[in-house]
Design a binder for this molecule. Structure first.
Ligand SMILES: Cc1ncc(COP(=O)(O)O)c(C=O)c1O
Length: 395
């Protein structure tokens, strides 16, 4: 008999009932160090007092009003994002997938309104992940995500990760945009080098294309800048955001320049919940914390420390791990042992990591991780590595 919850997830045998900072409590009382943060969602950790306060205060005042009316919390969050980024305007969604939907629509509408309705194609990259909607799976294009769900939304051209010549060759009179994650998350923590991001910006400028960055996983302070592309000293035309921006409350956003957004006039797009008072009150509190030099300096300092210790872990366990990759607190351990075995052994040692493609485990801890938490992370990952090494030896 089918379970009452549609069985689309392979769930670990864990049920968490409480969270505080970087720690989760299992129903049986065990405390787990959370190096996954809900896959880069809990940017300020669990039950951060500022977020609990913002949500509670808003919940007492007003939960929801339609976007038929003005929403001051939404205005405030949009103003903050415009002040802090390349963007001139923001649309709020509830998830990364919805941000992908709008990014695609916005790019196509831009060219339609420019009198070039044939320019609908978006160039994307192998190994990418942009969500599970029809546009999201077509954008990623992998068999794993698309098989059985045809006919796929047309208009996506896929090139190999890192293949700039492939990008240039894929451009035609029908091309509208290039869409890319500055660091592939689900694809295995694969950073796009700064020079490549800059080159993609140049390619877009030379060919009159829009550049869409998907910062759903790598944005909101995760790499030690508010948004990852800032390291490369370039800006997109459109950017997809979600996950960390809500700190655990479902919230996403599409940020855009005035020109890129010019087709999105009244009535062209909408959302019942997107930008509602609860989500935006929390989003404002998240940004007030993350978008400060002191907070981002802290992320960089802790990231340096964690990375240095992980390099040592990899060197000590060459049968289990191959390398450390990533940026800031978006780190990956490329494994030699099966990554799912490493994640499962982590559960035995009360540390949460997240598997990704390319046999990688992801470390995406709360950005509020403390130095004591980092010390605990290493103790638990070390035990995990020894356990996996033992399993390999006895196999
Ligand atoms: C880069 C990227 N884009 C889009 C998404 C989809 O976001 P959501 O699951 O919130 O719909 C994800 C989710 O993991 C992601 O990592």
């Amino acid at each position: 008999m089918i379970p009452s919850v549609l069985p689309t997830y392979n769930r670990a045998p864990l049920t968490f009932v409480k969270g505080e900072g970087a720690w989760l409590t299992e129903a049986d009382g065990r405390r787990f160090l959370d190096l996954g943060a809900g896959i880069a969602v809990n940017a300020l950790g669990h039950a951060h007092p500022a977020l609990v306060g913002a949500l509670t205060e808003q919940a007492h005042a007003l939960w929801h009003v339609s976007n038929l009316y003005h929403i001051p919390q939404q205005q405030a969050l949009a103003d903050k994002l415009v002040d802090l980024t390349f963007a001139d305007t923001v649309f709020f969604t509830n998830s990364g997938t919805e941000s992908c939907e709008l990014a695609v629509k916005m790019a196509r509408k831009y060219f339609y309104d420019q009198g070039q309705p044939e320019r609908v194609e978006i160039i994307t990259f192998d190994g990418s992940f942009h969500g599970r909607s029809s546009a999201g799976i077509a954008a990623a294009g992998s068999e794993k995500m698309t098989k059985g769900f045809g006919p796929l939304l047309p208009g996506f051209v896929h090139v190999a990760f890192g293949d700039l010549d492939g990008v240039t060759n894929a451009i035609s009179d029908n091309t509208a945009a290039i869409m890319i994650e500055p660091i592939q998350g689900e694809g295995g923590i694969r950073p796009v080098p700064d020079v490549e991001l800059k080159a993609l910006r140049q390619i877009c400028d030379d060919n009159g294309l829009l550049l869409i960055l998907d910062e759903v996983q790598c944005g909101v302070g995760r790499t030690g800048k508010l948004f990852a592309h800032e390291w490369a000293g370039m800006t997109p035309d459109i950017m997809m955001v979600a996950k960390g921006i809500g700190g655990g409350f479902p919230l996403g956003a599409v940020l855009a320049t005035e020109a890129a957004a010019s087709g999105m006039t009244a009535g062209t797009h909408g959302s019942t919940y997107g930008g509602n008072p609860l989500g935006c009150a929390v989003g404002c509190a998240v940004l007030d914390h993350v978008a400060t030099p002191a907070f981002l300096d802290g992320v960089n300092r802790k990231a340096g420390l964690l990375r240095q210790k992980l390099e040592g872990l990899v060197a000590d366990h060459p049968d289990v791990f191959e390398e450390v990759r990533g940026s800031g607190l978006m780190l990956g351990l490329k494994c030699k042992a099966p990554n799912t075995d490493v994640v499962a052994a982590g559960y035995d040692n009360e540390v949460i990591t997240v598997p990704a493609a390319d046999n990688v485990i992801r470390l995406l801890p709360p950005l509020t991780l403390t130095e004591d938490d980092i010390a605990q992370a290493l103790i638990r990952l070390e035990k995990t590595a020894r356990q996996v090494q033992g399993q390999l030896a006895s196999a």
